[in-house]
Design a protein. Structure first.
Length: 136
């Protein structure tokens, strides 16, 4: 069965982001939560990049930059992958599987509108499947 729903129907809207002018120290605070694997960076609503623990080590610790004064906009990396909000759930699932991604930013006309999780997407697609018919 092919889903007629789109990514916007399954995404988590309004993901927590940091503005490009926020400090690397603030990104570090957010990443200190073990459940947070990446922090999205936005510039006036547009996805500007992603900060991970690896980013902080490479761009702040290894270079000796001051995390209190280094804006995340200077060190944010481009996202590995994004998904358009209008993409069908089936196509989104295949894209996440193909790229082995657990979570991906969702964009619409370049603006960050949400985050899509593979586990949420799998549950959503399973709900759309018709029940198996029993043989009599």
């Amino acid at each position: 069965m092919t889903s007629t729903q789109h990514v916007r129907d399954a995404m988590v809207p309004e993901p927590g982001t940091l503005d490009v002018g926020a400090s690397a120290q603030e990104a570090g605070r957010r990443l200190s939560d073990p459940a947070v694997r990446a922090v999205l960076v936005s510039d006036d609503g547009k996805l500007a990049g992603v900060i991970t623990r690896k980013t902080l080590v490479r761009e702040i610790v290894a270079t000796g930059r001051d995390p209190r004064t280094t804006p995340v906009g200077e060190i944010a990396e481009p996202p590995v992958y994004t998904i358009d909000a209008a993409l069908s759930l089936d196509d989104a699932f295949h894209a996440l599987e193909q790229h082995d991604l657990e979570r991906v930013p969702v964009v619409e006309d370049g603006r960050l509108v949400g985050v899509l999780s593979r586990s949420v997407l799998q549950r959503r697609l399973a709900e759309d499947e018709p029940p198996l018919e029993e043989s009599t």
